[in-house]
Design a protein around this ligand. Structure first.
Ligand SMILES: Cc1ncc(C[n+]2csc(CCOP(=O)(O)OP(=O)(O)O)c2C)c(N)n1
Ligand SMILES: [Mg+2]
Length: 805
């Protein structure tokens, strides 16, 4: 819901409630002849009528009888204010699609106007093709109206349930991003994108005007932004409506657009103006396509909020004000006056002219929109899974590093992955993109730039590197843009990767949430096909941002991700280069998920060969037998578990300290690549059955778990496990600063010495036996800390340490 309007729902506000007057169309100069004008206007009225019906009615859809209280929904939930604008743009876009045979999709930025696109899809006949009971007749119209914002029905906002929408419209700000993402690599596609003037105040929307600078005139399609300047949001005027029009025009010109203003409240004039403006804009876009350098056209549509609704309710002006945002007549069920005006309002659209005796749209209405896949409500691109082509993936094993013995070599995992992504990019020149907020090279994926450039349509300076109007890497310092474009690209049937500093991925927490909700809801709709997964590669992570400091140290995105339904989220913490490769191959083949992969970019030890990496990743979790000191046939005394590259390193170093100092201690090392394995199998498709978990982690032995992120997350995932009381998790405790890498792990009790101390403290009977070792480890920590303070770097013992079996 967009929030409450100020009107109370008793309808007892005193003062008059006034019904809108039906208007009469006049012939005005413009591109529409009388007949066309009449038909367009009829379509607009029909869509508006159906939208009002969705907000209010559970019976009597065609007003065959006077409206009675039982015809009106008991809870009136919806937003009318934005609907007339959305429907106007939709109707006119239809005219253009037919006239120019366009391949177009519609993005409703003010997605709270769900009744509008629902109505358009029903009028176009798409809804009845998807759902049997939504026939284009009186019965189907009754269902359409009833189910809107009704328990067991469809949401009040544009959502996966809305035919033709690929835009979750509840959280404002992402409309343009989705539109621009959709047309990338779709050279024939036009995205008609309505932007709310309130929505335009959000950070993501404000920055997304720039996206036209990433579109290649011939290789990509076009977006036609329509700024719906209805001047209000929920309870306030909008900023863009109250700056002088010339300032608004300058602002938009500054972003590279040529704004065309359509202003008015007289349908006869606005129809003509909008039709001619749309023609001009589409001509301009076509000329750009042909190589003519012209500014990118856009439309500013300044019409009243709630255009056509009751002008006055309970003595307060509603039409053309913020009061029209939601439900203009809030007491239509209980208040006779409101109900009378509601009926008059609905009749002002002249439903008798629009629908025949059976409730079917009259021939003029059926004839107006395009047919088949050209209907914006039925465009297969808006149901991305339908047009999805699998990636042509090179064999990841060919990109692996040779590992004969664990610990003998060192590589930068993301750089190794980058070489493989270079081949992925090369082989998939029109359906795979990599997005980064200026961090592609910083995260060591620069090999990708050997086969492509960074997408850039602007001037190229002498010292710039690898800029290219057709580049397959999109770099812009806005996590919002990266995320939003990628979402639009995925939702319309393509593939991609977003690489980001781990700490700053939080900037798009909320966008991730909304995309996840889309995936969750659309899973339940048989007509929506699965799309490619959203793949995050988070590098420059908490443990190796020692040089950048506390602001750059935050592994909490994992906690956000795991709030979402288990069916659609995956978290992978590959410990080395080969496991990262295997993991990413899996992610790029997966569908309809969010995959979060956290991996380091600094030189780090190679643990597993290609074969071992494959087996380990297939299991998702496993004992590294060669790293422990278990004795066949005996339970271990302690389990050292680890998830994440640095925790794995520290765990391995702890294991080697214990092996040398306490050779009799039976230590098991368990590495976790797929964090979801920790969950029970009835909670996640990757969950480990209880017996397997108990076998790995024992039923009662201490488990010292070194974890990449905040420790509580592991507890959250395992609290139902039998040995949860024996699980002691070390992770990021929010102790960060600018210091050395080893000081970072010491600050958070994740270092090898601390892990080994924990083993001594937790294994029954070990404390007194290993008292000297414990003291030695405490001293070693102190020494390591002191060394950093004196020399500004880590002690050689740590820096030069490697696994030697
Ligand atoms: C990010 C975000 N913040 C707040 C809201 C609550 N909200 C819903 S509608 C709305 C006003 C939108 O105004 P505008 O974009 O101008 O749309 P319109 O006037 O066309 O209804 C607000 C604030 C939201 N949905 N998303
Ligand atoms: Mg508005």
């Amino acid at each position: 819901m967009g929030g409450d309007t100020s009107a109370d729902d008793t309808g007892a506000g005193g003062g008059p409630t006034i019904a809108p007057e039906p208007y009469v169309l006049r012939e005005e100069p413009g591109p529409l002849d009388v007949d066309e004008l009449r038909r367009l206007d009829a379509w607009w009225r029909a869509a508006n009528y159906l939208a009002v019906g969705q907000i209010y009615l559970i019976g009597n859809p065609l007003l065959r009888e006077p409206l009675r209280p039982e015809h009106v929904k008991p809870r009136l939930l919806g937003h009318f204010g934005t609907v007339p604008g959305l429907n106007l743009v939709y109707a006119h876009a239809n005219r253009a699609i037919v006239a120019r045979d366009l391949d177009a999709v519609f993005v409703a930025g003010p997605g709270h106007g769900g009744p509008g696109p629902n109505a358009c899809a029903w009028l176009e006949g798409t809804t009845s093709e998807i759902e049997d009971d939504l026939t284009r007749d009186e019965r189907g119209m009754a269902s359409l109206m009833r189910r809107f914002s009704f328990p067991g029905g469809v949401p009040s906002h544009c959502a996966p349930e809305t035919p033709g929408s690929f835009h979750e419209g509840g959280e404002l700000g992402y409309a343009l991003l989705h539109a621009f993402g959709a047309v990338m690599d779709h050279p024939e596609l036009l995205a008609v994108c309505v932007v709310g003037d309130g929505e335009a105040e959000t950070g993501p929307l404000a920055t997304s005007w720039h996206c036209a600078k990433f579109l290649d005139p011939t290789h990509d399609g076009a977006v036609l932004p329509v700024l719906a300047l209805n001047q209000y949001k929920i309870a306030n005027p909008t900023l863009l409506a109250r700056i002088p029009q010339e300032q608004l025009a300058s602002l938009l010109r500054g972003y590279g657009y040529e704004p065309y203003f359509v202003v008015g409240d007289d349908p006869s004039l606005v129809h003509q103006q909008f039709a001619s403006t749309l023609d001009t804009c589409l001509d301009r876009l076509a000329a750009r396509r042909e190589g003519t350098a012209t500014p990118w056209p856009m439309i500013v549509l300044r019409t009243p909020k709630g255009w056509g609704c009751p002008p006055v309710v309970d003595g307060q002006v509603v039409e053309g004000t913020f009061r029209a945002h939601q439900v203009p007549l809030p007491a239509a069920r209980t208040n006779d006056e409101h109900r009378r005006v509601l009926e008059a309002w609905m009749r002002s659209y002249r439903p008798d002219e629009l629908f025949d005796d059976d409730g079917r749209p009259v021939t003029d209405l059926v004839d107006l929109p395009p047919k088949g896949d050209r209907r914006m409500s039925a465009n297969p691109i808006a149901n991305g899974g339908v047009v999805l082509r699998a990636l042509d993936l090179p064999d990841w094993r060919e990109a692996t590093v040779a590992v004969d013995t664990p610990g003998a070599t060192v590589h930068e995992p993301t750089r190794v992955l980058g070489a493989w992504l270079r081949e992925v990019t090369r082989r998939n020149p029109d359906n795979f993109l990599v997005f980064a907020p200026d961090e592609l090279a910083s995260n060591r994926l620069q090999d990708v730039l050997e086969v492509t450039g960074r997408r850039w349509e602007l001037e190229v300076g002498e010292h710039d590197e690898r800029l290219d109007p057709r580049g397959r890497a999109v770099e812009v310092l806005s996590e919002h843009i990266c995320q939003g474009l990628l979402e639009g690209y995925l939702l319309t049937g393509r593939h991609g990767v977003f690489t980001c500093y781990e700490a700053f991925i939080h900037i798009i927490d909320s966008m991730f949430n909304q995309h996840a909700k889309w995936l969750e809801s659309s899973r339940g709709l048989p007509w929506r096909r699965p799309i490619a997964s959203l793949n995050y590669l988070l590098s420059s992570h908490v443990w190796r941002q020692d040089h950048n400091g506390f602001s750059h140290q935050d592994p909490g995105f994992l906690d956000v991700v795991l709030n979402k339904k288990p069916e659609i989220v995956r978290v992978y913490l590959p410990p080395d280069a080969n496991t990262l490769l295997s993991t990413f191959d899996h992610c790029l083949r997966s569908r309809h998920l969010v995959n979060v992969v956290v991996a380091g970019k600094q030189p780090s030890i190679d643990w597993l060969s290609a074969d071992d990496a494959l087996a380990h990743c297939a299991r998702g979790i496993g004992v590294w037998k060669w790293a422990g000191t278990e004795v066949q046939g005996h339970e271990p005394d302690v389990v050292l578990a680890c998830a994440g590259d640095i925790p794995t390193l520290e765990t391995m170093a702890a294991a080697s300290i214990l092996r040398r100092a306490l050779p009799d201690l039976r230590v098991r090392v368990v590495n976790v690549v797929d964090l979801m394995r920790l969950l029970p199998d009835d909670q996640h498709p990757h969950g480990l059955p209880a017996r397997e978990f108990d076998n790995l982690f024992t039923e009662d032995r201490p488990v010292i778990f070194a974890f990449h992120g905040y420790p509580w997350l592991v507890h959250r995932l395992t609290y139902k496990r039998r040995n949860h009381a024996g699980l002691h998790v070390h992770g990021f405790q929010e102790n960060g600063t600018t210091t050395t890498p080893f000081d970072m792990v010491m600050l958070n009790d994740l270092d090898r010495y601390r892990l080994a101390i924990d083993v001594i403290d937790r294994v029954p009977g070990l404390g007194s036996r290993a008292a000297t070792l414990r003291q030695h480890l405490v001293d070693a920590r102190l020494r390591a800390r002191e060394w950093t303070r004196e020399h500004g770097e880590d002690i050689a013992d740590v820096v030069e340490w490697t696994w030697n079996g």
